[in-house]
Ligand binder design. Structure first.
Ligand code: GLU
Length: 514
Protein backbone atom coordinates (compact mmCIF):
# COMPACT_ATOMS: atom_id res chain seq x y z
CA UNK A 1 0.00 0.00 0.00
CA UNK A 2 1.24 3.48 -0.78
CA UNK A 3 0.09 6.89 0.31
CA UNK A 4 -2.80 7.15 -2.13
CA UNK A 5 -5.75 7.02 0.22
CA UNK A 6 -9.16 7.77 -1.19
CA UNK A 7 -12.27 7.88 0.94
CA UNK A 8 -15.93 7.50 0.23
CA UNK A 9 -17.83 9.40 2.89
CA UNK A 10 -21.58 8.92 2.63
CA UNK A 11 -24.03 10.12 5.24
CA UNK A 12 -26.39 7.35 6.32
CA UNK A 13 -29.50 9.37 5.54
CA UNK A 14 -31.03 6.84 3.18
CA UNK A 15 -30.01 4.26 0.63
CA UNK A 16 -27.04 5.00 -1.52
CA UNK A 17 -28.31 5.96 -4.93
CA UNK A 18 -26.62 5.35 -8.21
CA UNK A 19 -24.88 8.75 -8.10
CA UNK A 20 -23.34 7.82 -4.76
CA UNK A 21 -22.22 4.52 -6.17
CA UNK A 22 -20.53 6.30 -9.03
CA UNK A 23 -18.60 8.44 -6.54
CA UNK A 24 -17.60 5.31 -4.64
CA UNK A 25 -16.54 3.68 -7.89
CA UNK A 26 -14.30 6.57 -8.90
CA UNK A 27 -12.77 6.51 -5.40
CA UNK A 28 -12.19 2.80 -5.77
CA UNK A 29 -10.76 3.07 -9.28
CA UNK A 30 -8.34 5.81 -8.37
CA UNK A 31 -7.14 3.90 -5.32
CA UNK A 32 -6.73 0.68 -7.31
CA UNK A 33 -4.99 2.40 -10.18
CA UNK A 34 -2.24 3.53 -7.84
CA UNK A 35 -2.19 0.48 -5.60
CA UNK A 36 -3.59 2.67 -2.83
CA UNK A 37 -6.34 2.27 -0.26
CA UNK A 38 -10.08 2.71 -0.63
CA UNK A 39 -11.70 3.82 2.61
CA UNK A 40 -15.31 3.98 3.69
CA UNK A 41 -16.14 6.58 6.31
CA UNK A 42 -19.66 6.96 7.60
CA UNK A 43 -20.51 10.62 8.15
CA UNK A 44 -23.26 10.31 10.73
CA UNK A 45 -22.87 13.52 12.68
CA UNK A 46 -26.34 14.69 11.71
CA UNK A 47 -28.33 12.51 14.03
CA UNK A 48 -31.64 14.04 13.03
CA UNK A 49 -31.22 12.70 9.52
CA UNK A 50 -29.91 9.30 10.54
CA UNK A 51 -31.78 6.43 8.87
CA UNK A 52 -31.65 2.96 10.36
CA UNK A 53 -30.13 0.40 8.03
CA UNK A 54 -28.53 2.91 5.65
CA UNK A 55 -24.97 2.07 6.69
CA UNK A 56 -25.53 -1.65 6.28
CA UNK A 57 -27.03 -0.96 2.91
CA UNK A 58 -24.00 1.03 1.74
CA UNK A 59 -21.60 -1.69 2.77
CA UNK A 60 -23.70 -4.52 1.33
CA UNK A 61 -24.09 -2.65 -1.93
CA UNK A 62 -20.35 -2.01 -2.26
CA UNK A 63 -19.67 -5.68 -1.59
CA UNK A 64 -22.25 -6.84 -4.09
CA UNK A 65 -20.79 -4.51 -6.72
CA UNK A 66 -17.32 -5.88 -6.12
CA UNK A 67 -15.87 -2.60 -4.87
CA UNK A 68 -15.61 -3.37 -1.17
CA UNK A 69 -13.56 -0.91 0.85
CA UNK A 70 -10.13 -1.82 2.20
CA UNK A 71 -10.83 0.10 5.40
CA UNK A 72 -14.13 0.98 6.99
CA UNK A 73 -16.60 0.15 9.74
CA UNK A 74 -16.88 -3.48 8.67
CA UNK A 75 -13.42 -3.98 7.19
CA UNK A 76 -11.61 -2.29 10.11
CA UNK A 77 -8.22 -0.62 9.64
CA UNK A 78 -5.58 1.43 11.40
CA UNK A 79 -7.37 4.76 11.19
CA UNK A 80 -10.66 3.92 12.86
CA UNK A 81 -13.22 4.27 14.14
CA UNK A 82 -14.70 4.87 10.70
CA UNK A 83 -18.03 6.17 11.98
CA UNK A 84 -17.92 9.85 12.85
CA UNK A 85 -20.38 9.47 15.72
CA UNK A 86 -17.75 7.28 17.39
CA UNK A 87 -15.08 9.93 16.89
CA UNK A 88 -16.92 12.70 18.72
CA UNK A 89 -14.11 13.15 21.26
CA UNK A 90 -11.56 13.64 18.48
CA UNK A 91 -12.98 16.88 17.11
CA UNK A 92 -13.09 19.02 20.28
CA UNK A 93 -9.37 19.68 20.26
CA UNK A 94 -9.48 21.10 16.73
CA UNK A 95 -12.51 23.24 17.44
CA UNK A 96 -10.77 24.61 20.52
CA UNK A 97 -7.63 25.30 18.53
CA UNK A 98 -9.66 27.42 16.12
CA UNK A 99 -11.34 29.31 18.96
CA UNK A 100 -8.01 29.92 20.71
CA UNK A 101 -6.38 31.21 17.55
CA UNK A 102 -9.32 33.56 16.88
CA UNK A 103 -10.54 31.73 13.77
CA UNK A 104 -13.76 30.53 15.34
CA UNK A 105 -16.16 31.90 17.91
CA UNK A 106 -19.08 30.95 20.14
CA UNK A 107 -22.53 31.88 18.91
CA UNK A 108 -25.40 31.92 21.39
CA UNK A 109 -28.22 32.90 19.07
CA UNK A 110 -31.45 31.04 19.47
CA UNK A 111 -33.57 29.81 16.60
CA UNK A 112 -35.87 32.79 17.05
CA UNK A 113 -32.99 35.22 16.92
CA UNK A 114 -31.71 33.69 13.71
CA UNK A 115 -35.20 33.88 12.28
CA UNK A 116 -35.47 37.52 13.28
CA UNK A 117 -32.19 38.28 11.55
CA UNK A 118 -33.51 36.68 8.37
CA UNK A 119 -36.74 38.66 8.47
CA UNK A 120 -34.88 41.88 9.23
CA UNK A 121 -32.54 41.41 6.29
CA UNK A 122 -35.33 40.38 3.98
CA UNK A 123 -37.08 43.60 4.82
CA UNK A 124 -33.94 45.40 3.73
CA UNK A 125 -34.17 43.54 0.44
CA UNK A 126 -31.43 40.99 1.19
CA UNK A 127 -32.80 37.68 0.00
CA UNK A 128 -30.30 35.17 1.24
CA UNK A 129 -29.37 36.33 4.70
CA UNK A 130 -25.94 35.20 5.80
CA UNK A 131 -24.29 35.00 9.15
CA UNK A 132 -21.02 36.64 8.16
CA UNK A 133 -18.77 39.63 8.66
CA UNK A 134 -21.59 41.97 7.69
CA UNK A 135 -24.07 40.61 10.21
CA UNK A 136 -22.18 38.85 12.96
CA UNK A 137 -21.69 41.96 15.12
CA UNK A 138 -25.48 42.36 15.32
CA UNK A 139 -25.83 38.87 16.71
CA UNK A 140 -25.14 37.31 20.11
CA UNK A 141 -21.70 35.77 19.94
CA UNK A 142 -18.29 35.90 21.54
CA UNK A 143 -17.19 38.56 19.07
CA UNK A 144 -20.08 40.92 19.70
CA UNK A 145 -20.70 40.40 23.43
CA UNK A 146 -18.48 41.66 26.23
CA UNK A 147 -15.97 39.13 27.47
CA UNK A 148 -17.45 38.75 30.95
CA UNK A 149 -20.90 38.07 29.51
CA UNK A 150 -19.48 35.37 27.27
CA UNK A 151 -17.75 33.82 30.25
CA UNK A 152 -20.99 33.88 32.23
CA UNK A 153 -22.93 32.25 29.44
CA UNK A 154 -20.34 29.52 29.10
CA UNK A 155 -20.16 28.98 32.87
CA UNK A 156 -23.94 28.65 32.98
CA UNK A 157 -23.88 26.02 30.25
CA UNK A 158 -25.75 28.20 27.80
CA UNK A 159 -26.45 26.48 24.55
CA UNK A 160 -24.05 27.51 21.82
CA UNK A 161 -22.64 26.67 18.44
CA UNK A 162 -19.12 27.40 17.27
CA UNK A 163 -18.76 29.27 14.00
CA UNK A 164 -15.87 29.79 11.63
CA UNK A 165 -14.80 33.41 11.39
CA UNK A 166 -14.46 34.07 7.69
CA UNK A 167 -12.45 37.15 6.80
CA UNK A 168 -13.96 39.03 3.88
CA UNK A 169 -12.09 40.41 0.93
CA UNK A 170 -9.86 37.54 -0.01
CA UNK A 171 -9.83 35.12 -2.89
CA UNK A 172 -9.63 31.46 -2.06
CA UNK A 173 -8.38 29.28 -4.89
CA UNK A 174 -7.64 25.64 -5.32
CA UNK A 175 -6.81 23.26 -8.12
CA UNK A 176 -9.61 20.85 -8.85
CA UNK A 177 -8.47 17.70 -10.63
CA UNK A 178 -11.44 17.94 -12.99
CA UNK A 179 -12.18 21.66 -13.14
CA UNK A 180 -8.63 23.03 -12.92
CA UNK A 181 -8.36 26.29 -11.00
CA UNK A 182 -11.45 27.22 -9.00
CA UNK A 183 -11.71 30.51 -7.10
CA UNK A 184 -14.20 31.89 -4.62
CA UNK A 185 -14.35 35.25 -2.94
CA UNK A 186 -14.52 34.96 0.83
CA UNK A 187 -17.25 37.63 0.65
CA UNK A 188 -19.57 34.89 -0.58
CA UNK A 189 -18.87 32.62 2.37
CA UNK A 190 -20.87 32.51 5.56
CA UNK A 191 -19.52 31.84 9.03
CA UNK A 192 -20.25 28.13 8.89
CA UNK A 193 -21.23 26.32 12.02
CA UNK A 194 -18.43 23.96 13.05
CA UNK A 195 -19.82 22.60 16.28
CA UNK A 196 -23.53 22.13 16.89
CA UNK A 197 -25.50 22.71 20.07
CA UNK A 198 -25.55 18.94 20.66
CA UNK A 199 -21.75 18.95 20.81
CA UNK A 200 -21.43 17.18 17.49
CA UNK A 201 -19.23 18.67 14.81
CA UNK A 202 -20.86 19.60 11.53
CA UNK A 203 -19.98 17.92 8.28
CA UNK A 204 -17.40 20.61 7.46
CA UNK A 205 -15.47 20.27 10.68
CA UNK A 206 -15.57 16.52 10.96
CA UNK A 207 -14.77 16.03 7.30
CA UNK A 208 -11.61 18.11 7.50
CA UNK A 209 -10.36 16.61 10.74
CA UNK A 210 -10.99 13.08 9.51
CA UNK A 211 -9.49 13.60 6.08
CA UNK A 212 -6.42 14.88 7.86
CA UNK A 213 -6.24 12.13 10.50
CA UNK A 214 -7.00 9.40 7.98
CA UNK A 215 -4.26 10.75 5.72
CA UNK A 216 -6.61 11.14 2.80
CA UNK A 217 -4.82 12.03 -0.43
CA UNK A 218 -7.84 12.54 -2.71
CA UNK A 219 -11.33 13.84 -2.07
CA UNK A 220 -13.68 12.84 -4.87
CA UNK A 221 -17.26 13.97 -4.41
CA UNK A 222 -20.31 15.38 -6.13
CA UNK A 223 -20.34 18.83 -7.64
CA UNK A 224 -22.77 19.99 -4.96
CA UNK A 225 -19.83 20.10 -2.55
CA UNK A 226 -17.74 22.41 -4.69
CA UNK A 227 -19.02 25.50 -2.91
CA UNK A 228 -18.08 24.02 0.49
CA UNK A 229 -14.49 23.56 -0.54
CA UNK A 230 -13.35 27.16 0.13
CA UNK A 231 -14.56 26.73 3.71
CA UNK A 232 -12.55 23.55 3.90
CA UNK A 233 -9.45 25.27 2.56
CA UNK A 234 -9.85 27.93 5.25
CA UNK A 235 -10.17 25.25 7.91
CA UNK A 236 -6.96 23.57 6.79
CA UNK A 237 -5.24 26.91 6.74
CA UNK A 238 -6.47 28.04 10.16
CA UNK A 239 -5.56 24.70 11.69
CA UNK A 240 -2.05 25.01 10.29
CA UNK A 241 -2.61 21.95 8.11
CA UNK A 242 -2.18 23.52 4.71
CA UNK A 243 0.48 20.99 3.84
CA UNK A 244 -2.11 18.23 4.26
CA UNK A 245 -4.77 19.57 1.89
CA UNK A 246 -5.88 16.64 -0.24
CA UNK A 247 -6.42 16.85 -3.96
CA UNK A 248 -10.04 17.68 -4.80
CA UNK A 249 -12.14 16.35 -7.64
CA UNK A 250 -15.77 17.41 -7.98
CA UNK A 251 -17.76 15.08 -10.18
CA UNK A 252 -20.34 16.23 -12.70
CA UNK A 253 -23.99 15.77 -11.88
CA UNK A 254 -25.98 12.80 -13.07
CA UNK A 255 -28.79 14.18 -15.19
CA UNK A 256 -32.28 12.91 -15.94
CA UNK A 257 -32.56 10.73 -19.05
CA UNK A 258 -34.57 13.47 -20.74
CA UNK A 259 -35.23 17.08 -19.92
CA UNK A 260 -33.41 19.24 -17.48
CA UNK A 261 -32.07 18.69 -14.03
CA UNK A 262 -30.49 16.24 -11.70
CA UNK A 263 -31.50 12.59 -11.62
CA UNK A 264 -33.73 12.05 -8.61
CA UNK A 265 -35.13 8.99 -6.93
CA UNK A 266 -38.57 9.90 -8.27
CA UNK A 267 -37.22 9.57 -11.81
CA UNK A 268 -36.84 5.85 -11.23
CA UNK A 269 -40.58 5.40 -10.84
CA UNK A 270 -41.31 7.94 -13.54
CA UNK A 271 -39.13 6.38 -16.24
CA UNK A 272 -39.32 2.81 -14.99
CA UNK A 273 -35.74 2.08 -14.08
CA UNK A 274 -33.92 1.49 -10.80
CA UNK A 275 -31.92 4.29 -9.22
CA UNK A 276 -30.59 2.19 -6.37
CA UNK A 277 -28.13 -0.69 -6.57
CA UNK A 278 -30.24 -3.02 -4.43
CA UNK A 279 -33.74 -3.07 -3.06
CA UNK A 280 -34.41 -0.56 -0.32
CA UNK A 281 -37.32 -0.63 2.09
CA UNK A 282 -37.91 2.98 2.98
CA UNK A 283 -39.05 3.78 6.53
CA UNK A 284 -42.27 5.22 5.05
CA UNK A 285 -43.12 1.76 3.74
CA UNK A 286 -42.19 2.43 0.14
CA UNK A 287 -40.05 -0.25 -1.49
CA UNK A 288 -37.57 0.77 -4.14
CA UNK A 289 -36.36 -1.89 -6.52
CA UNK A 290 -32.65 -2.05 -7.22
CA UNK A 291 -30.57 -2.97 -10.25
CA UNK A 292 -29.88 -6.29 -8.55
CA UNK A 293 -33.57 -7.21 -8.35
CA UNK A 294 -34.08 -6.01 -11.91
CA UNK A 295 -31.61 -8.67 -13.05
CA UNK A 296 -28.44 -6.65 -13.60
CA UNK A 297 -24.96 -8.04 -13.15
CA UNK A 298 -22.77 -6.01 -10.81
CA UNK A 299 -19.92 -5.93 -13.36
CA UNK A 300 -22.26 -4.42 -15.93
CA UNK A 301 -23.39 -1.69 -13.55
CA UNK A 302 -19.80 -0.89 -12.73
CA UNK A 303 -18.87 -0.63 -16.40
CA UNK A 304 -21.96 1.49 -17.09
CA UNK A 305 -21.34 3.82 -14.15
CA UNK A 306 -17.68 4.24 -14.98
CA UNK A 307 -18.76 5.74 -18.28
CA UNK A 308 -21.25 8.14 -16.69
CA UNK A 309 -18.91 11.09 -16.66
CA UNK A 310 -15.67 9.44 -17.70
CA UNK A 311 -14.35 7.88 -20.88
CA UNK A 312 -11.02 6.32 -21.70
CA UNK A 313 -10.52 8.43 -24.80
CA UNK A 314 -10.68 5.33 -27.02
CA UNK A 315 -13.49 3.37 -28.64
CA UNK A 316 -13.30 0.58 -26.10
CA UNK A 317 -16.41 0.26 -23.95
CA UNK A 318 -16.21 -3.11 -22.24
CA UNK A 319 -13.76 -3.10 -19.37
CA UNK A 320 -13.11 -5.50 -16.54
CA UNK A 321 -12.82 -4.05 -13.09
CA UNK A 322 -9.00 -4.18 -13.34
CA UNK A 323 -9.08 -2.78 -16.84
CA UNK A 324 -11.11 0.17 -15.62
CA UNK A 325 -8.69 0.80 -12.77
CA UNK A 326 -5.78 0.84 -15.22
CA UNK A 327 -7.50 3.14 -17.70
CA UNK A 328 -9.16 5.46 -15.18
CA UNK A 329 -7.96 9.00 -14.73
CA UNK A 330 -9.58 11.99 -13.07
CA UNK A 331 -8.30 14.14 -15.91
CA UNK A 332 -10.64 12.31 -18.28
CA UNK A 333 -13.71 13.00 -16.17
CA UNK A 334 -15.96 15.52 -17.84
CA UNK A 335 -16.99 18.79 -16.25
CA UNK A 336 -20.48 18.76 -17.72
CA UNK A 337 -23.35 16.70 -16.36
CA UNK A 338 -23.69 13.08 -17.46
CA UNK A 339 -27.06 11.97 -18.70
CA UNK A 340 -28.39 8.76 -17.19
CA UNK A 341 -29.14 6.55 -20.16
CA UNK A 342 -30.95 3.40 -19.08
CA UNK A 343 -30.75 1.87 -22.55
CA UNK A 344 -27.00 2.03 -22.25
CA UNK A 345 -27.19 0.27 -18.89
CA UNK A 346 -29.22 -2.47 -20.55
CA UNK A 347 -26.72 -2.73 -23.38
CA UNK A 348 -23.88 -3.23 -20.93
CA UNK A 349 -25.88 -5.85 -19.08
CA UNK A 350 -26.62 -7.70 -22.26
CA UNK A 351 -22.95 -7.72 -23.19
CA UNK A 352 -21.96 -9.01 -19.78
CA UNK A 353 -24.60 -11.73 -19.80
CA UNK A 354 -23.39 -12.94 -23.20
CA UNK A 355 -19.86 -13.14 -21.87
CA UNK A 356 -20.73 -14.86 -18.62
CA UNK A 357 -20.25 -18.61 -18.45
CA UNK A 358 -23.43 -20.65 -18.77
CA UNK A 359 -22.86 -22.36 -15.47
CA UNK A 360 -22.44 -19.06 -13.64
CA UNK A 361 -25.64 -17.75 -15.21
CA UNK A 362 -27.41 -20.91 -14.11
CA UNK A 363 -26.32 -20.25 -10.54
CA UNK A 364 -27.52 -16.66 -10.78
CA UNK A 365 -31.00 -17.54 -11.97
CA UNK A 366 -31.47 -20.74 -9.94
CA UNK A 367 -33.49 -18.97 -7.23
CA UNK A 368 -35.85 -17.33 -9.74
CA UNK A 369 -36.53 -20.70 -11.34
CA UNK A 370 -37.13 -22.34 -8.00
CA UNK A 371 -39.38 -19.56 -6.80
CA UNK A 372 -41.44 -19.92 -9.95
CA UNK A 373 -42.04 -23.50 -8.88
CA UNK A 374 -39.90 -25.30 -11.47
CA UNK A 375 -37.57 -28.13 -10.63
CA UNK A 376 -34.82 -28.84 -13.12
CA UNK A 377 -31.28 -30.12 -12.83
CA UNK A 378 -28.28 -27.84 -12.73
CA UNK A 379 -27.21 -29.35 -16.04
CA UNK A 380 -30.54 -28.51 -17.64
CA UNK A 381 -30.37 -24.96 -16.33
CA UNK A 382 -26.83 -24.52 -17.62
CA UNK A 383 -27.81 -25.65 -21.12
CA UNK A 384 -30.87 -23.43 -20.97
CA UNK A 385 -28.69 -20.41 -20.14
CA UNK A 386 -26.39 -21.24 -23.00
CA UNK A 387 -29.31 -21.27 -25.43
CA UNK A 388 -30.98 -18.15 -24.10
CA UNK A 389 -28.16 -15.83 -23.15
CA UNK A 390 -27.89 -14.04 -26.46
CA UNK A 391 -31.57 -13.25 -26.34
CA UNK A 392 -31.92 -11.56 -22.97
CA UNK A 393 -31.14 -8.18 -21.53
CA UNK A 394 -31.48 -8.93 -17.83
CA UNK A 395 -31.32 -12.06 -15.72
CA UNK A 396 -35.08 -11.74 -15.24
CA UNK A 397 -35.62 -12.20 -18.97
CA UNK A 398 -34.34 -15.76 -18.86
CA UNK A 399 -37.50 -16.87 -17.13
CA UNK A 400 -39.95 -14.50 -18.76
CA UNK A 401 -38.69 -15.20 -22.27
CA UNK A 402 -37.84 -18.86 -21.79
CA UNK A 403 -40.61 -20.22 -19.57
CA UNK A 404 -41.48 -22.81 -22.23
CA UNK A 405 -38.31 -24.65 -21.24
CA UNK A 406 -39.97 -25.41 -17.92
CA UNK A 407 -43.65 -25.63 -18.63
CA UNK A 408 -45.91 -26.34 -21.56
CA UNK A 409 -46.88 -23.00 -23.11
CA UNK A 410 -50.44 -21.86 -22.63
CA UNK A 411 -50.25 -18.93 -25.02
CA UNK A 412 -49.61 -19.16 -28.74
CA UNK A 413 -48.60 -16.78 -31.44
CA UNK A 414 -51.97 -17.14 -33.16
CA UNK A 415 -51.22 -14.53 -35.77
CA UNK A 416 -48.36 -16.57 -37.18
CA UNK A 417 -50.41 -19.74 -37.02
CA UNK A 418 -53.17 -18.17 -39.07
CA UNK A 419 -50.68 -16.86 -41.54
CA UNK A 420 -48.42 -19.86 -41.94
CA UNK A 421 -50.42 -22.94 -41.13
CA UNK A 422 -52.03 -24.52 -44.14
CA UNK A 423 -54.67 -27.05 -43.26
CA UNK A 424 -53.61 -29.23 -46.16
CA UNK A 425 -50.24 -29.66 -44.42
CA UNK A 426 -51.69 -31.10 -41.25
CA UNK A 427 -51.06 -34.70 -42.29
CA UNK A 428 -47.49 -33.84 -43.16
CA UNK A 429 -47.00 -32.39 -39.76
CA UNK A 430 -48.56 -35.43 -38.20
CA UNK A 431 -46.18 -37.64 -40.22
CA UNK A 432 -43.28 -35.53 -39.15
CA UNK A 433 -44.24 -35.90 -35.50
CA UNK A 434 -44.36 -39.66 -36.00
CA UNK A 435 -40.91 -39.64 -37.58
CA UNK A 436 -39.57 -37.62 -34.70
CA UNK A 437 -41.05 -39.99 -32.18
CA UNK A 438 -39.18 -42.86 -33.83
CA UNK A 439 -35.82 -41.18 -33.23
CA UNK A 440 -33.60 -42.88 -30.74
CA UNK A 441 -31.15 -39.96 -30.67
CA UNK A 442 -33.18 -36.86 -30.00
CA UNK A 443 -30.27 -34.50 -30.57
CA UNK A 444 -30.36 -31.24 -32.48
CA UNK A 445 -28.32 -32.43 -35.47
CA UNK A 446 -30.48 -35.49 -35.93
CA UNK A 447 -33.67 -33.47 -35.49
CA UNK A 448 -32.58 -30.95 -38.04
CA UNK A 449 -31.71 -33.69 -40.53
CA UNK A 450 -35.06 -35.38 -40.18
CA UNK A 451 -37.19 -32.24 -40.25
CA UNK A 452 -35.39 -30.58 -43.12
CA UNK A 453 -35.19 -33.86 -45.00
CA UNK A 454 -38.94 -34.33 -44.72
CA UNK A 455 -39.68 -30.79 -45.87
CA UNK A 456 -37.42 -31.09 -48.87
CA UNK A 457 -38.60 -34.54 -49.84
CA UNK A 458 -42.20 -33.33 -49.84
CA UNK A 459 -41.41 -29.94 -51.32
CA UNK A 460 -43.27 -28.15 -48.54
CA UNK A 461 -41.11 -25.07 -47.98
CA UNK A 462 -39.46 -24.33 -44.66
CA UNK A 463 -41.74 -21.36 -43.99
CA UNK A 464 -44.81 -23.58 -44.02
CA UNK A 465 -43.54 -26.08 -41.47
CA UNK A 466 -40.80 -24.72 -39.21
CA UNK A 467 -42.89 -21.91 -37.65
CA UNK A 468 -45.65 -24.39 -36.83
CA UNK A 469 -43.21 -26.73 -35.14
CA UNK A 470 -41.61 -23.87 -33.30
CA UNK A 471 -44.87 -22.48 -31.98
CA UNK A 472 -46.02 -26.03 -31.26
CA UNK A 473 -43.04 -26.50 -28.97
CA UNK A 474 -42.64 -23.06 -27.45
CA UNK A 475 -45.79 -21.06 -28.19
CA UNK A 476 -43.80 -18.25 -29.73
CA UNK A 477 -41.64 -17.41 -32.72
CA UNK A 478 -39.09 -15.87 -30.39
CA UNK A 479 -36.56 -18.29 -29.09
CA UNK A 480 -33.20 -19.90 -29.66
CA UNK A 481 -32.44 -22.46 -32.36
CA UNK A 482 -35.49 -24.72 -32.76
CA UNK A 483 -33.62 -28.01 -32.86
CA UNK A 484 -31.47 -27.24 -29.84
CA UNK A 485 -34.62 -26.18 -28.02
CA UNK A 486 -36.27 -29.49 -28.87
CA UNK A 487 -33.23 -31.44 -27.79
CA UNK A 488 -33.14 -29.76 -24.39
CA UNK A 489 -36.86 -29.99 -23.73
CA UNK A 490 -36.62 -33.67 -24.59
CA UNK A 491 -38.41 -36.18 -26.77
CA UNK A 492 -41.42 -37.14 -24.67
CA UNK A 493 -42.35 -33.56 -23.86
CA UNK A 494 -41.78 -32.26 -27.40
CA UNK A 495 -43.88 -35.03 -28.98
CA UNK A 496 -46.66 -34.53 -26.47
CA UNK A 497 -46.70 -30.76 -27.01
CA UNK A 498 -46.68 -31.11 -30.78
CA UNK A 499 -49.50 -33.61 -30.76
CA UNK A 500 -51.80 -31.63 -28.55
CA UNK A 501 -50.96 -28.30 -30.11
CA UNK A 502 -51.55 -29.52 -33.63
CA UNK A 503 -55.16 -30.04 -32.63
CA UNK A 504 -55.30 -26.56 -31.24
CA UNK A 505 -53.79 -25.02 -34.35
CA UNK A 506 -56.37 -26.75 -36.52
CA UNK A 507 -59.06 -25.15 -34.38
CA UNK A 508 -57.46 -21.73 -34.60
CA UNK A 509 -57.20 -22.04 -38.34
CA UNK A 510 -60.74 -23.36 -38.81
CA UNK A 511 -62.24 -20.64 -36.61
CA UNK A 512 -60.40 -18.15 -38.68
CA UNK A 513 -61.78 -19.50 -41.90
CA UNK A 514 -65.33 -19.80 -40.61
N1 GLU B 1 -21.03 13.20 3.83
C1 GLU B 1 -20.95 13.87 2.56
C2 GLU B 1 -22.03 13.27 1.66
O1 GLU B 1 -22.95 12.76 2.16
C3 GLU B 1 -19.59 13.68 2.00
C4 GLU B 1 -19.13 14.71 1.04
C5 GLU B 1 -17.64 14.55 0.89
O2 GLU B 1 -17.24 13.55 0.28
O3 GLU B 1 -16.89 15.37 1.40
O4 GLU B 1 -22.00 13.29 0.46
Amino acid sequence: MNDIRVRFAPSPTGPLNIGGIRTALYDYLLAKKHGGTFILRIEDTDQKRFVEGAEEYVIDALHWLGIAPDEGPRAGGDYGPYRQSERKATYGKYVQQLIDSGHAYYAFDSHEELEQMRTRLERQGIQRAKYDASTRMDMRNSLSLPEDEVKKLLDNNASYTVRLKVIPGETISFEDEIRDKVSFSSDELDDKILLKTDGMPTYHMANIVDDYLMKISHVIRGEEWLSSTPHHILLYRYLGLEGSIPKFAHLPLLLKPVGKGKLSKRDGAKFGFPVFPMEWNNPDGQIYEGFKEAGFLPEAIINFLAFLGWNPGTEQEIFSNDGLAKAFSLKQVSKGGARFDFDKAKWFNQQYIIHTEDQKLAELIATDIKEAGYTVSQEYLTKFCGLMKERVVTLKDFLSAGSFFFVKPDKFDEKTIRKKFKLENKDHIQNLISELSELSDFDSAELEKVVKGYIEKNELGFGAILPILRIGVSGTMKGPDLFSTMELIGKAEVISRLNSNLELFKQIKTENQA
